[in-house]
Design a protein around this ligand. Sequence first.
Ligand code: AMP
Ligand code: FE
Ligand code: FE
Ligand code: ZN
Length: 281
Amino acid sequence: MIDLHSHTNESDGTFTPLALVELAVQTGVEALAISDHDTFAGYDQALPEAQSRGLDLVCGIELSTRGPGRARAVHLLAYFLRDTPTAEFRAWLGELIEGRRDRNRRLIASLREKGVEIELAEVERLGRTLTGRPHFARILIDKGYAPNYEEAFRRYLGETAPTFVERYAPDVPVAIQHVLSAGGLPVLAHPIRLGMRDPDTEDTFIRGLRNAGLRGIEVFHSDHDPADMERYGAIARKYNLLVTGGSDFHGDIKPQIALGTGYHGNLNIPMTVLNDLRAGA
Ligand code: AMP
Ligand code: FE
Ligand code: FE
Ligand code: ZN
């Protein structure tokens, strides 16, 4: 069993990189990709521990991009950038993190305008490389503004909440080109979250991304039911896209998602998926 999608506390997960390696070993995950949002810091810290524990650690990263047309946010995974996070790519990540800081300042203003007593400093204290909305949620819960993460997003942080603020996101073709020119493999993350109910629309959308340089698609994911995995597997074959999969483990902010086995055991991804990915990269 392998897991090619996970987050540490260097982005918005709750496990330290070392604790995540430990959990993977305990759970029987043979290969793990750390794919934090916008940073390699978790992967960098976990690598020596993974090597000494015999865990095959894969370098990943997850980028939030803007989809073409009416499509909402598109999450792009990028693999194998370890040896080539070029200076150019690292500088670009710095811009994305600066975009988060700008969003966080505006989000604080938006919340305070609605009477929420919250300070940027207390939220940033929870984050390491970056501060994300789950850190805001933690503070809102601790202060009694929401009973749990779901409600904190519904009331204050999610796209439909009155206090929501956008953050800068590069257009998806631009992000794909950044990944390709740094020697990475760009993969469409959890396509179910594009929210496209019509299969033809979805197919056309994914073909467009392939034409923009996309190399793979996350067929296996905690949010995918068996029919989704079947459909995305067929799209991968049709467009000659590589197949990836992972749980999207975040730790305590998404307690229903387990490392390796996903949501109620809906995942059991074989090592052949990673072998094929490496061969195709
Ligand atoms: P950000 O990247 O800072 O805009 O925050 C987005 C992150 O918030 C996602 O990567 C998820 O980890 C988390 N998230 C989004 N919606 C929810 C939700 N409804 N409940 C819990 N976590 C969420
Ligand atoms: Fe996240
Ligand atoms: Fe995502
Ligand atoms: Zn993720």
